[in-house]
Design a protein around this ligand. Structure first.
Ligand code: ZN
Ligand code: ZN
Length: 80
């Protein structure tokens, strides 16, 4: 995996320092240190569930054994 510089947008960021103790990264293009862009690839997807009325959204209710979504609409089924 190559790291991309956040300053100049070029790949090639290298870890610097002795192999047993890498202290920082350095960009060979602009000389910046610790300027790599952190990849968002392992972003956590929000967990989705259905409200009683059929609306779908991010889980906002968890009583320990049931996780579900309430849309807090006007219907009785729409809130806990
Ligand atoms: Zn750079
Ligand atoms: Zn609802």
């Amino acid at each position: 995996m190559s790291m991309v510089c956040g300053n100049c947008n070029q790949a090639g960021i290298r870890w610097m320092g002795p192999f047993s103790n890498l202290t920082h990264t350095e960009c060979p293009h602009c000389g910046g240190t610790n300027c790599q862009v952190v990849e968002q690839s392992d972003e956590v997807e929000p967990e989705l569930a259905n409200c009683g009325c059929g609306a779908r959204g991010e889980v906002n209710y968890d009583d320990g054994h049931e996780r579900r979504y309430y849309c807090y609409g006007s219907l009785p089924m729409c809130s806990p």
